[in-house]
Design a protein around this ligand. Structure first.
Ligand code: SAH
Length: 343
């Protein structure tokens, strides 16, 4: 695109870009015009001033630019966002539209929209704007979501600490349409969940775990299951609905455990098959190992242990500990579902 400010990158930055990595770190910037503002659209150029990509600029973040497109001729405008939204939604297949269901529609960088998360709960969309680029274009993005998907509301849950790394404040509230209800009931196959989009974690629920919950449900028949860092029991519910013999939850939050019991009731499942340990997972896992308890399936879905480089060693030790303990708790042939959201 003509007349965009151009930012020159180092050979190392060029190599990352050639691999289609959408982030340009501050150390890879060789030269940039003075006075670029947060969210400005820039052309990314190599040492011969050849344009390689178009990106959004974020002056405060170590991730100084995020690529919108590797086509240097493309225009960044409402039609661009519409194209990316339509492509993402098509990629979600049947899950995108099923009227009583919920699914993640837009997965940020993976859908070519760096920093944008859009989750759909029935006909309510919940968005997170997590980077300077999508923040700059939020109005156009909301317009295009509204036109493309005809939701009843678009709600924002940008109450996420990574926004501070972009120099952005946390924001929540209605973006378009009617105020969503306090509780939304969604169905994932045979399992129903009641979701609080204003107060629940992230956009209200861990929708990114949906495919894993579905797999979990299929494997749970007759199993003794341990759900560690369970929150409101997404995995526990899937296991009970899938016919697990018993599910043990470990979770330090009392309200999350109470919420799980409400979800068990909502689904008409047998509360006797659910055991709740309101405890610190590290200690409780050790106790279970000591008692020589055994499970057919263990799930570990902890919060982010590594929040910055300085937490790397301690975080890695945490992951090692819980995974080692989980192996001790598995029956021969048992299954471990293990997750990390440290990036
Ligand atoms: N598996 C859940 C999401 C887990 S979020 C789902 O699919 O919905 C991480 C959870 O771990 C939070 O609910 C938090 O309260 C809990 N948690 C954090 N640290 C903990 C600890 N040390 N012991 C037990 N639970 C902990």
């Amino acid at each position: 695109m003509a007349d965009l400010p151009s930012v020159r990158i180092t050979p190392g930055g060029e190599r990352a870009l050639a691999r289609r990595h959408p982030w340009i770190f501050s150390g890879a910037i060789a030269a940039a015009p003075a006075g670029l503002a947060s969210g400005d659209t820039v052309a990314i150029c190599d040492s011969r001033r050849q344009a390689l990509a178009i990106a959004s600029w974020s002056p405060r973040s170590q991730i100084r630019a995020r690529v919108w497109t590797f086509d240097p001729q493309a225009a960044i405008d409402p039609a661009f966002f519409r194209g990316r939204i339509d492509r993402a939604v098509a990629g979600r297949g049947n899950n995108a539209a099923d009227p009583s269901g919920a699914c993640r529609l837009i997965y940020g960088e993976s859908d070519g929209l760096p920093g944008l998360i859009v989750d759909r709960y029935r006909d309510v969309l919940v968005c997170q704007f997590l980077a300077a680029g999508v923040e700059r274009w939020r109005g156009e993005i909301v317009d295009q979501l509204w036109e493309a998907l005809s939701p009843s509301s678009i709600y924002e849950r940008s109450d996420v600490d990574v926004r501070s790394k972009e120099g952005l404040a946390e924001v929540t509230g209605l973006l378009r349409g009617e105020e969503p209800p306090d509780r939304l009931e969604i169905a994932e196959g045979s399992v129903r969940f009641s979701v609080d989009i204003r107060g629940g974690h992230k956009t209200g629920f861990y929708l990114d775990q949906r495919p894993n919950r579905e797999r979990f449900l299929e494997l749970a028949r007759g199993a003794r299951v341990l759900d560690v860092f369970s929150y409101t029991g997404g995995f526990a519910l899937a296991a009970l609905a899938g016919g697990a013999e018993q599910v043990v939850q470990i979770e330090s939050s009392k309200s999350a455990l109470e919420e799980t019991r409400r979800q068990v009731e909502l689904n008409g499942l047998d509360p006797q098959r659910l055991i709740q340990n309101e405890d610190n997972a590290f200690g409780d896992l050790r106790r279970l190992v000591k008692e020589e308890q055994r499970f057919d399936i263990v799930v570990l879905d902890p919060p982010k242990f590594v929040t910055s480089r300085s937490k790397l060693d301690a975080g890695a030790r945490g992951y090692k500990d819980i995974n080692r303990l989980a192996f001790h708790l598995l029956r021969p042939g048992g299954l471990l579902f293990t997750f990390s959201c440290s990036g």
